[in-house]
Design a protein around this ligand. Structure first.
Ligand code: 5RP
Length: 259
């Protein structure tokens, strides 16, 4: 791996612990201003010190994030769809590599939609992005199984998605936690991070999810709603951080929730 690519990855995955806590705030690119993300700057202000990197679009980056802030970010570069459109899977690359470099991104992210009518176009887009990433030293994060695909959240399907993403050259893969998650990790030769998905019934459920994912081999989390839609968002990110970087027990993590 070339120096630039290594350097960018080391800003995202802590070299000391080998783990990562990323805060996803890119939801607006197809969902609009969802609850608690109407004003992203306000939502994340207190969470930044406990976050290794943000995941967001160029629009939110330029308009809501102070350029003097010292926080790496993963730039979502795929889009072109919406929650009210005919097919959520109909995505393409809508932010070019030159823009990612101009903005000083530490990685770019693209969704792939395996098992949908747009499987081929999203996988070809991933290949193109990886080629450009190799040229410029930019890691690519492939995001699997969003939207309707979530219904197929089992180890067989997620292993298929993650392995394909890695085979096509993604440097890291983001997926969902599932039963037998270690099978997903074992079959994927690049780091796997988990999304949280829609808000779970309790904050503790989200801590259990993160705890299990780390125990079963995830490199970290790239979570959004289960952190910033919580009334105790600061406690949540502190607790998740302790689980990811310090192997905290659920009991200890729960204590941090109310801190
Ligand atoms: C959507 C995404 C989001 O970043 C991802 O879903 C993570 O957020 P959450 O934990 O809220 O699911 O990639 O395409």
């Amino acid at each position: 791996m070339d120096w630039g690519m290594k350097n960018r990855l080391s800003r995202l995955i802590c070299p000391k612990t080998g783990k990562a806590v990323w805060l996803a705030i890119d939801h607006g690119y197809f969902l609009g201003p969802i609850s608690k993300l109407e004003e992203p700057a306000k939502t994340i202000r207190n969470l930044i010190p406990h976050t290794d990197a943000l995941m967001l679009t160029r629009g939110v980056l330029r308009n809501c994030i102070d350029a003097a802030l010292d926080i790496p970010f993963i730039l979502r570069v795929s889009g072109g769809n919406s929650i009210v459109g005919p097919a959520l899977s109909n995505e393409g690359i809508q932010t070019c590599m030159e823009e990612a470099i101009r903005l000083n991104a530490s990685a770019v992210a693209i969704s792939i939609y395996i098992g949908t009518e747009h499987e081929h176009q999203t996988l070809m887009a991933l290949g193109k992005l990886v080629d450009e990433g190799q040229r410029y030293g930019m890691p690519v994060l492939a995001v699997t199984a969003v939207g309707k695909e979530l219904e197929k959240r089992d180890a067989r399907f997620l292993s298929l998605c993650c392995r394909i993403a890695a085979e096509l050259g993604a440097q890291a893969v983001k997926t969902y936690y599932c039963e037998d998650f270690e099978k997903v990790v074992t079959g994927c030769p690049v780091p796997v991070v988990i999304a949280g998905g829609p808000k779970l019934n309790t904050e503790y459920d989200a801590l259990v999810l993160a705890h299990n994912a780390i125990k079963e081999g995830a490199v970290g989390v790239d979570m959004g709603r289960n952190i910033w839609q919580s009334p105790r968002a600061l406690g949540m990110i502190k607790a998740i951080r302790a689980i990811v970087h310090e192997n905290a027990t659920l009991k200890d993590a729960k204590k941090l929730l109310s801190s």
